[in-house]
Design a binder for this molecule. Structure first.
Ligand code: 1CP
Length: 342
């Protein structure tokens, strides 16, 4: 999930030098620096590109800005038939700064850990593109369009699916070693609407993604739907390698459902990080135990990728993240050793 961000003083320092969030994300040097900052503090197993899902609507001409202390804003949201009709897959050259950042980060990582690229899902991007801003309590604008003009919604989603696939493929070309699709607002949809307006278009993206990089190395795909636990049986059919789950999901049950075919990523409640380090460690052990020993003996196959169940809060004390990472490493090593003996 998010690794960098305002909970780290070094991030805040770089962000203030950059002047704005977009100043940070569009500058290759700064984007590289903030991607590596969490790795210099914590023994993390992967790096996630520093960027944002809203770079794609920005490249489509919707005009992105991040006001200090507020969420994202789009200056030209899609409100009517005319603006939806004019929407087009962006020229990927407008996102060159992202691909350049990927290449620069890969070079700076120098094999230390793999780099994960990402995008929003077509539906999640549509939420911002229609509302014009951050998480809404009722998603009135986007849901009104979905129910009253499903034709317009389908047009946005079709353009988004094409754009997201091109965007992720370009990240793979630039050096991303895994790609993650964030369907952060899939869980805001009703049953049926989720399948028709979110899952279907995520599947379209996956169908268009490259399976390997230029050297022939497989690029794993991760799909995270916040609030998607009820649809895991349907998500199991997606052509991806990993399903990310939020903290409402029980990992033992999820493993029984999808464990044979896909790895699971998650799912510590980020709010656990507000508790003292001992509680953080205890909750981390609980998540690991819920999934269970990855493989007994020397088995291979889909397993568990420890992660938060959603993004890290800006109010998180960095020492608590340190305690979390240490607990995950020591307890999972212990579980693997016990599994080998069994
Ligand atoms: O390590 C990292 O920080 C990785 C980079 C990263 C990622 C993967 C950022 C930087 N954003 C994201 C993804 C992202 N952005 C998602 C999908 C994951 C999720 O659900 O959290 C979403 C929905 C956004 C949109 C967004 N960008 C929001 C949420 C607004 C809302 O709807 O409430 C916010 C606050 C941002 C700004 C942002 N993006 C990233 C950071 C570190 C920040 C905070 C601003 C800052 O620190 O300056």
């Amino acid at each position: 999930m998010r690794q960098a961000g305002r909970y780290l003083p070094e991030y805040k320092a770089t962000r203030s030098r950059a002047g704005s969030f977009m100043g940070l994300a569009t500058n290759v040097q700064y984007a590289t620096e903030v991607t590596l900052q969490p790795l210099d503090r914590f023994a993390l197993d992967a790096a996630i590109l520093f960027s944002d899902i809203l770079t794609v609507p920005d490249a489509m001409g919707l005009g992105l800005s991040f006001a200090e202390g507020e969420g994202p804003k789009l200056a030209r949201p899609l409100r009517d038939e005319k603006s939806v009709g004019a929407l087009q897959v962006p020229d990927l050259e407008k996102l060159r700064y992202v691909f350049d950042a990927v290449t620069s980060i890969r070079r700076a990582l120098n094999g230390r850990v793999p780099l994960i690229g990402f995008s929003g899902s077509p539906w999640t991007l549509a939420c911002y593109m229609v509302e014009g801003g951050g998480s809404s309590d009722d998603w009135r604008g986007v849901k009104s369009m979905l129910y009253s003009r499903p034709d317009l919604m389908h047009r946005i989603l079709a353009v988004n699916a094409e754009a997201v696939a091109g965007y992720l493929n370009a990240q793979i070309d630039a050096g991303a070693q895994a790609v993650m699709v964030f369907d952060s607002w899939g869980g805001a949809l009703a049953d049926n609407a989720f399948q028709e307006f979110s899952l279907r278009y995520t599947a379209q993206v996956l169908a268009k993604l490259k399976r390997t990089d230029a050297a022939g190395t497989t690029i794993p795909r991760i799909v995270f739907t916040k609030g998607g636990g009820l649809w895991l049986d349907e998500m199991e059919k997606l052509d991806c390698d990993v399903l990310g789950v939020d903290w409402t999901v029980n990992l033992a049950r999820a493993r029984a459902l999808v464990g044979g075919s896909k790895a699971l990523q998650g799912n510590l409640d980020p709010a656990v990080l507000f508790a003292p380090p001992e509680q953080v460690a205890a909750e981390a052990r609980r998540v690991l135990e819920d999934f269970g020993t990855p493989h007994s003996g020397t088995g291979t196959g889909p397993t568990h990728v420890f992660n938060l169940g959603h993004g890290i809060s800006q109010h998180t004390p960095p020492e608590h993240v340190h305690a979390l990472v240490e607990a995950v490493h020591s307890h999972s090593a212990h579980m693997r050793a016990a599994g080998r003996k069994a």
